[in-house]
Ligand binder design. Structure first.
Ligand code: ADP
Ligand code: MG
Length: 264
């Protein structure tokens, strides 16, 4: 293992532990007894066919979706719940919002506020929720727009940006409060092919920053290059998890191999 990875892990937070999580919609089991441990600062790519539960899994990590069974912890803290005695009690909305500060979320369709400039997209929530003063928020936004290469677009409107630029703004926005964990749900699948790499390059930069990254994507080349571990899901279950080279080159399960043959 490279020194860079050792260094990163020693300093990183954002350990995710998912234990026995199940979630149904009506009679359909979207997640079926999913357990997964992700190291602090690690990069995990989640693969799987449409409908296999990838988005639902990401949403449960943030308590955007309540689980039916099991639990999720980040750095030991139960997400959405509080342990009292030997029972979990659901947290109040305010406490859940406080936990979400630690988790950034990037959606397939960018979800920028269309009526706000790029800068205001970044600073709105941190100021509204009194997590940063206006001047601190503007300073932080400037740093992040530099990182994603868009400082010159601070006063632009989202509709005047390309899809790749909008997604880079969305990533910067998700980083405003220094989350320990960043969740990406198919961050490049709404983009024209020539815009995919500029977004993947930004995510690659984050991969060296110590933030734990969980990325749902079909970009196998990216997974090969950047992911520490790859998880393959099908029908709400984790079929296999391993290092990127093990899963991508040497999958144990036939279902994984069949899926890879289709997307490669
Ligand atoms: P993926 O992201 O892998 O495509 P999803 O997690 O979005 O899969 O969905 C898993 C399954 O759960 C699908 O069958 C989907 O139709 C169903 N599902 C997801 N969200 C909802 C919801 N809010 N209501 C009803 N069914 C849902
Ligand atoms: Mg999905």
């Amino acid at each position: 293992m490279s020194e860079a990875i050792d260094y990163r892990r020693q300093n990183a937070t954002g350990a995710i532990s998912i234990t026995g999580v199940s979630k149904s919609f009506g009679r359909h089991k979207a997640l079926d007894n999913v357990s997964l441990t992700l190291e602090p600062g690690s990069v995990t790519v989640i693969l799987g066919p449409s409908g296999s539960g990838k988005s639902t899994l990401l949403r449960t990590i943030n308590h955007l979706e309540r689980v039916d069974e099991g639990f999720i912890r980040i750095d030991g803290e139960y997400i959405g719940y509080q342990l009292r005695g030997d029972k979990l009690y659901e947290l109040k909305e305010k406490a859940i919002l406080r936990q979400r500060i630690n988790v950034g979320y990037v959606f397939q369709n960018f979800n920028l506020f269309p009526h706000m400039t790029v800068l205001n997209n970044l600073i709105e929530a941190p100021i509204a929720h009194r997590q940063l003063s206006k001047s601190a928020a503007i300073a932080r936004a400037g740093e992040l727009l530099d990182i994603v290469g868009l400082r010159h677009k601070a006063q632009a409107w989202p509709r005047h940006l390309s899809g790749g630029q909008q997604q880079r703004v969305a990533i910067a926005r998700a980083l405003m409060l220094n989350p320990r964990v960043m969740l990406f749900d198919e961050p490049t699948s709404a983009l024209d092919p020539e815009l995919v790499s500029e977004v993947l390059d930004v995510i690659k930069k984050l991969a060296r920053s110590g933030t734990t990254l969980v990325i749902v994507t079909h970009e196998i080349g990216f997974a090969r290059e950047v992911a520490d571990s790859v998880v393959f899901m099908d029908e709400g279950k984790i079929v296999e998890q391993g290092s990127s080279s093990q899963v991508l080159n040497n999958a144990r399960h036939e279902r994984t191999r069949r899926f890879l043959a289709r997307v490669l």
